[in-house]
Design a protein around this ligand. Structure first.
Ligand SMILES: CC(C)(COP(=O)(O)OP(=O)(O)OC[C@H]1O[C@@H](n2cnc3c(N)ncnc32)[C@H](O)[C@@H]1OP(=O)(O)O)[C@@H](O)C(=O)NCCC(=O)NCCS
Length: 165
């Protein structure tokens, strides 16, 4: 698994991206989505991400998609246009091999070259992997919103972290 590459995603990757992501919809608090993403919704999401300013990336091993990343607008209002939110999802069977970190590092580089000003990471407070990953790349914890999510029968806090670019 040491030999992986990262590239911009194409429409042909969307089904693999959904397979990776929907595993977490059903099993994890790392996403607050409750129902699996459809391919139609994923396609709209893809089309709304400009490759120059809000790229979607994939990590591949021997051409197989094993992870994905995205820079998304932090908020829709125009004055937020230089702020982006990063998300990274690894296929559940390839964790702890450095791929998530490589995807996030690549997103940081893309955010800088797109001229963004700050990168924001939101993570459920119980998601140690996500929080440690952000911390390892210099994100600073800004605050915690208490009990804003409810999944699997319990309230969830969200931690916001930020990297100034
Ligand atoms: C978070 C996630 C992307 C990390 O990807 P990964 O490839 O497993 O992580 P890496 O191997 O690149 O690890 C990089 C660093 O992150 C931290 N980390 C990753 N997984 C961790 C875990 N389970 N526990 C503690 N720290 C962890 C460590 O600091 C690690 O560095 P180290 O291995 O030198 O200790 C992956 O666990 C994942 O896809 N989780 C589900 C989706 C998710 O939570 N995404 C983030 C929300 S957008």
């Amino acid at each position: 698994m040491s030999c992986f590459s990262i590239r911009l995603a194409t429409a042909a990757d969307l089904s693999a991206i959904n397979d990776i992501y929907n595993h977490y919809v059903l099993t994890s608090t790392c996403t607050y989505q409750l129902e699996p993403e459809t391919l139609e919704a994923r396609t709209i999401w893809f089309e709304q991400h400009s490759r120059d300013t809000h790229p979607i990336t994939v990590a591949t091993v021997e051409k197989e998609v094993v992870g994905c990343g995205a820079l998304s607008p932090f908020r829709p209002r125009a004055a937020y246009r230089h702020s982006v939110e990063a998300s990274v999802y690894l296929r559940h069977d390839v964790h702890r091999r450095g791929i998530g970190k490589a995807l996030l590092l690549d997103l940081i580089a893309r955010a800088k070259s797109a001229g963004h000003h700050t990168l924001i990471g939101g993570a459920s407070a119980d998601q140690t992997a996500s929080l440690k990953l952000q911390e390892s790349l210099g994100f600073q914890r800004i605050g915690c919103l208490r009990e804003v999510g409810y999944k699997f029968g319990r309230w969830l806090d969200v931690v916001y972290s930020q990297l100034m670019l």
